[in-house]
Write a protein that binds this ligand. Sequence first.
Ligand code: ADP
Ligand code: MG
Length: 698
Amino acid sequence: MLQQILNPQSVAVIGASADTLKFGGRVIRYVVDHGFAGRIVPVNPSAREVCGIPAFASIGAAPGPIDVAVLAVPTPYIAPTLEECGAMGVKCAVVITADYAEVGDEGKARQDELVAIARRHGIRLIGPNCLGFINPHLNLALTSSVALAPKPMPKGDIGVVSQSGSVMASMISNARDVGAGVSVAASIGNQADLELCDFLDYFAADPRTRAIAVYAEGLRDAQRFIAAARRCREAGKPLVIAKSGASEAGSRLTQSHTASLAGTYPVFEAACRDEAICLVDDPERAVMAAHVLARFAPPAGDCVAVLSPSGGTVAVAADRVTRAGIRIADLTPATEARLRNYIPATRPLNPLEFGGLATSKSFEVNTEALGWLRADPNVAAVLLAAASAPQVDEKIKRWGEIALAGDKPVVLLLCPGSLVDKGRDELRRLGCPFTNRMDDAVGVLRAVLDYGERVRRVRREPERPPDAQPAARLLDRFAPGTLTEHEAKSLLAAVGLTVTREQQVTNAHEAGRAASALGFPVALKAVSRQISHKSDAGGVALDLHDEQAVRAAAVRIAAAVEARVPGAALEGLLVQEMAQGEIEAIVGSRWDAQFGAVAMVGLGGIYVELLHDVQLALAPVSPTQAMALLQALKGWPLLAGARGRGRLDVEALADALVRVSWLAHELGPRLLELDANPVLVRRSGEGVIAVDARATLA
Ligand code: ADP
Ligand code: MG
């Protein structure tokens, strides 16, 4: 359906005028100036013609059929105009006018009315509060954005969607600057009807689109977004997104660790990683990364070559690349031998400075070195930083040709500024991606390498641990709300996690007897649904060695809880074995209103919030994926056996994560949050054990 809307045969501009200071005036001007070959219908109540084309007093008076009508009239006229469009059989209305859901409840009501009218007539809506769209392949600039004042439109293979109109305009302008072109660029505004995912679906199927660059603020439907992203991936079209809202993370106030650590943006980031979506910091970079990914195959590894004719430039580039966590490749002996024919023995070969060679072959080496390094099987991508040098524009042109002749991503950095404007022109003509600043070059390289890794290990459907009890049945025993530690642990145990042996009792005397039965030493804890951090409330006593110590601790705990958490109901005492481990981890899950069940793993026990060393993933996760999450923790070396300490049982920790993720997946929205914290991780082969747990049921 978008196929017909974005490739229309006839367009009407309602509110067309000769005044380009008005929205409708610009739309009609750009439609005419860029030479749209379809039928153009200006609508204006008082003009006989606009831009040399006969105008109509109303859309009802215009001859049909009309595929797309742009509505650029004041807010009060929009609803009646839309009714008229409906009567005319217009297929799609692009509502440029603002003052809808973005201004609060009243605006939202106006917007709902538009949607109702559109539904009644079977019209699809783009907007309101948008700047329209362009389809350069049809010379159609159906937008009020001044980014379309210059001609021609950048025609190409990047699909652009932006929630913000002016960001779409910047992306079109950026694309032009870096020699990229767009297949379609659309600004979707309030997404009252057609939304981001409709456009992703269009691009997935559109033969003119090879990569997609998106600017998004919020997602209307996260599940649909994931499905659309999958279709893009399956169609071999890299999806690059810049999304604002990173700083709202953790704004939700909740009790559990997992909930406060798994904010909205981090969950979105995890979803992007798992679905092989390339996430970048800003819209300009989205365009650049899409341009690179449209030209080259996803990198097959994570090591790069860095080269420049300038020693200074290559040094800075190598520093920046390394600081971004990118590895410099070890070259194979064959590549080294080839380079050594020209490069003095005193110079390293990667990063490579290939300038200043007193040889008649200087030009050849300067240009061909790119191809030689790229051919090395250990090199997954190349960063070439141009520098001022004789014949620099010719060299840049040659680098562009060499880059485009291969499959591996090459990021060209033109840092000498305007000195190499001619070189830029050459690259634009070739359609070869380039960047102008070190920051962009490194950012794009990082994004492209991450994308390659994501594609290589995209989330496969994980298998359910066969011995886990069906989760739904477990809940029958519990009332909604907070579970006690013992109850939460029974969920963990049912799906196969090892938890402490323990018994819940009601008084000090029973506690002593239970401890004897369990075997010393024991831990004793307060049981109360009102206390979320027991140790803060004086509700935990560890390492108790005899009955008397247990009884004394029971009295202390009761007094401390009463003093520190007035009104907390003490339901009893929990006597449990003392467990041993090398390191304290956290394994948890939470229900995200947008993305569904999210699993989490981290390090730090009670310090987990301070260290903030956690990884998230959409549930359920596979064992391979769980291991990758552990390896992504900053504290991974501690798990893997740092400083002569042996490797810990990371397989068992990964398995615990898999099981918790399945529990969360199967319970869905009934399990709001769950965490096992700490999970003590023992030496390799000795397993992990959950010594504390917390859960909240809906
Ligand atoms: P809180 O509600 O404060 O998180 P926990 O039950 O997690 O209470 O106990 C606090 C800390 O005490 C844990 O992080 C862990 O270090 C230690 N601890 C608790 N129970 C045990 C146990 N059974 N064996 C060993 N250490 C324990
Ligand atoms: Mg705890």
